[in-house]
Write a protein that binds this ligand. Structure first.
Ligand code: 13P
Length: 662
């Protein structure tokens, strides 16, 4: 994932909004029991203060379910943080509103403010756009260090990012991305994965997806803890009174089968540590796995297993450790878990093993062993780490690389309503679209109403997968410019895409490549996406200068704009002679021009940018010709006029896009 980190941003004098995870455990008297989560965020916090930023921290705390619950105030966190950084930390009375805004606006460089619990507002967990926009109003730069909630599309975690031009990960999140992301994508091999879990806790059923993924990428899998019992049972080994998930034996068999197919070596424990009863003060003994005493309970791995795993780890370059090897919470049963913890710490120090410790129980185990700090990385996320390892896209990370330069292009089916539909008609139409349009991860939909219908249409569509576009924008931010609308105001009324340089604006409203360029800059500054229209007139095509014309328009539009200017654009090729005329470019003509445009982009911004940027076709696109056009290699969607005004036609085009695989 190509996220920027805090190191690449200019923070001096800026209000820096940082999402942290300060959800620390409290004792009954509301004192913090473990401040690890606050301590983990300190590197980013100190960096912002040192660079002269105005630090505005935000976090959730507990599950107040949208109510103000005084016991879930972040007050203890503000106090503890103040002690740790030896600085005043101002806790705001709420996380949004006029009073909070005034506090943020009154900050001096290096000041620290903590916003009150985000989850006092139900809108946080609902991912509400307006709530996110209100939070965003407080800052100029957005940083995230809240890995533990990155798998949630909450307002302050992912939705908020689109309101900023400068977004980045803090150090905590950067480490998670580097270590977990790195190990999953391009691990140093051999890669060993330890899959375990204490007997009362993590179960095979809750881990199946991540297990399958880990089998895919690992060279060796070591099994321990509770999972071992179910795996052994699946192999016909009697496990007596030990805790197993008897109904998951088929899953265990599937795991063994997949490992065999993949050639991943699975190591099951040759011996176990067993207890007479499931408690600390009980008799204990070691048994060979195939000769377990049915009256005893397996509580962990035995010494032969520790030795075997130690030997097998010797040649590994990466290890991912998920779940303790025994019930380490009972001191009498902790030894083998701690021994494995020691082995991994030794290899990390001795032979440069990259050691990644999963969150939750495993992190607690190495801490109890007194070995935390001796590994390459200890994850701060439980559920988030699991989903990240599964290969899922985490909203809290994906939103930090809005450019998404990964060479993939989603279809964009965009409706330009031009000067059609009254507000009432627009709302009615939005309601129809909401019901009708396919919800598909591979096809994005956009609707661009007349200016005065943007907000009501946004209200209808804001919780859907249909994004809002504007048909134009002005480059200034405010002031005496009668009749104009700036990018920021568009953003605040829900706009994501701005159509710029449409041929009708070039023809009737004196739009030039220079004004197009200014508008693009203004739009990028607000973190919006310009849809830049280019295309030749009929006489230019007849004179066979269409490519020169388009080249001039592209170069003029993007003149002086660099990738670091938050560049994230869509190009729309709309041959003027095809707009509203019923004439379409043939698929061959369109593909040829699209390929040419991509080459131009490659020349300016490089291969990855060009391969990631969508180029739409526009000009009498309809349900009848969409399949031929959209199937072409370089055509990534449509900017549709007439056919976007009728629900069935627009839907038919989106459905066609959905059916095309490239
Ligand atoms: P038509 O689809 O009506 O030809 O309009 C194309 C267009 O100009 C979209 O911006």
């Amino acid at each position: 994932m190509n996220t920027l980190t805090v190191d690449s941003l200019e923070l001096k004098g800026k209000k820096v909004l940082v999402r942290c995870d300060f959800n620390v455990p409290l004792d009954d008297d509301l004192k913090i029991r473990d401040d690890k989560r606050i301590v983990d965020a300190l590197p980013t916090i100190k960096k912002v203060i040192k660079d002269g930023g105005k630090l505005i921290l935000m976090s959730h705390f507990g599950r107040p379910k949208g109510q103000v619950v005084p016991e879930m105030s972040l007050k203890p966190v503000a106090e503890r943080l103040g002690e740790l950084i030896k600085k005043k930390v101002t806790l705001t009375p709420d996380c949004i509103g006029e009073e909070v805004k005034a506090i943020a606006d009154g900050m001096k460089d290096g000041d620290v403010v903590l916003l009150e619990n985000l989850r006092f507002h139900a809108e946080e967990e609902a991912g509400d756009e307006e709530f996110a926009a209100q939070l965003a109003e407080l800052g100029e730069v957005y940083l995230s260090d809240a890995f533990g909630v990155c798998h949630r599309a909450h307002a302050s975690v992912s939705i908020i990012a689109k309101y900023f031009t400068q977004v980045a990960s803090g150090y905590l999140l950067r480490n998670e991305i580097e270590y977990i992301g790195g190990a999953m994508k391009d691990p140093k091999r051999p890669l060993a994965t330890i899959l375990a879990g204490n007997l009362a806790g993590n179960k095979i059923s809750s881990k199946i997806d991540v297990i399958m993924k880990l089998i895919d990428i690992s060279d060796k899998i070591f099994i321990g803890g509770g999972i071992a019992n179910t795996m052994l049972l699946a192999q016909g080994i009697e496990v007596g009174k030990s805790l197993v998930e008897a109904d998951k034996v088929d899953v265990a068999l599937e795991i063994l089968k997949k490992a065999k197919e993949k050639g991943t070596k699975i190591l099951l424990p040759p011996d176990m540590l067993c207890g007479k009863e499931f408690k600390n003060e009980t008799e204990l003994k070691y048994c060979d796995t195939d000769k377990q005493d049915k009256e005893w309970i397996a509580m962990g791995i035995g010494p032969k297993t520790v030795q075997q795993y130690k030997d097998e780890l010797a040649d590994c370059k990466t290890v991912i450790w998920n779940g303790p090897m025994s019930v380490f919470e009972f001191p009498n049963f902790a030894k083998e878990t701690f021994e494995i913890a020691q082995v991994i710490a030794d290899y990390t120090k001795g032979s440069g093993l990259i050691s990644i410790i999963g969150g939750g129980d495993t992190a607690a185990a190495v801490k109890t062993a007194g070995l935390d700090g001796q590994y390459s990385h200890i994850s701060t996320g439980g559920g988030a780490a699991m989903e990240y390892m599964e290969g899922k896209k985490l909203p809290g990370i994906a939103c930090l690389s809005p450019k998404g330069f990964d060479g993939r292009r989603k279809f964009l089916i965009a409706g330009n309503w031009k000067m059609n539909k009254t507000p009432r008609e627009a709302i009615k139409f939005a309601k129809e679209l909401k019901k009708a349009m396919p919800n598909d991860d591979n096809v994005e939909i956009m609707a661009a109403p007349v200016f005065n219908s943007i907000y009501p249409v946004y209200q209808e569509l804001k919780k859907t997968h249909i994004d809002i576009g504007s048909q134009d924008v002005f480059w200034e931010t405010s002031g005496a410019f009668t009749g104009e609308v700036p990018a920021k105001m568009l953003k605040l009324t829900g706009v994501k895409y701005c159509i710029i340089g449409h041929s009708e604006r070039r023809q009737y409203f004196c739009e030039t490549d220079q004004t197009v360029n200014k508008k693009i800059r203004a739009v990028l500054k607000e973190g919006l996406v310009p849809v830049i229209c280019v295309g030749e007139k009929l006489e230019q095509r007849e004179a066979e200068i269409e490519k020169d014309v388009v080249k001039g328009q592209i170069k003029g539009a993007l003149s002086g704009i660099e990738i670091k200017d938050n560049l994230n654009i869509v190009i729309a090729y709309e041959p003027v002679w095809a707009i509203g005329t019923g004439k379409t470019a043939t698929p061959e003509q369109a593909q040829e021009m699209h390929e040419y445009i991509r080459e131009l982009l490659k020349g300016i911004y490089g291969e990855l940018f060009a391969a990631s940027t969508r180029i739409l076709y526009g000009g009498s696109l309809n349900a009848g010709n969409a399949k031929d056009l959209l199937s072409r290699k370089d055509i990534d969607g449509g900017l549709i006029g007439g056919a976007s005004l009728k629900k069935d036609d627009f839907k038919a085009i989106a459905d066609i896009a959905r059916g095309i695989e490239k």
